[in-house]
Design a binder for this molecule. Structure first.
Ligand code: FES
Length: 100
């Protein structure tokens, strides 16, 4: 599990812990985090850019720019900055290969 992330929690660290899978790696978050917060607090990037080598970390953080799409393992896409993390969520940074 990655413990150092792109963002650092300064407050509200006493919320219930949740776990989620990201690209097959178990990660931890706190209840009430958005998926974006959960991913950046437990890792250094949201996903790779589809246009170049740079990693992405979201842009607007308020549901307007469409820069934070990630997928659930069963193929549905979600906007990471406006979706709350749920314990047991199984997320992918690219469209799952077994998706039709
Ligand atoms: S970061 Fe802009 S829509 Fe999510």
């Amino acid at each position: 599990m990655i413990t150092a992330g792109r963002i650092v929690r300064l407050a509200e660290r006493d919320r219930a812990k949740v776990q989620f899978l990201l690209d097959g790696e178990m990660r931890g978050a706190l209840a009430g985090d958005t998926v974006l917060t959960a991913m950046l607090a437990s890792g250094v990037a949201l996903r790779k850019s589809e246009f170049g080598p740079e990693p992405r970390a979201g842009l607007c953080l308020m549901g307007a720019c469409q820069d934070c799409w990630v997928w659930q393992e069963e193929g549905s896409r979600l906007r990471a900055c406006t979706t709350l993390i749920v314990d047991g969520m199984r997320l992918c940074t690219t469209l799952p290969e077994n998706w039709p």
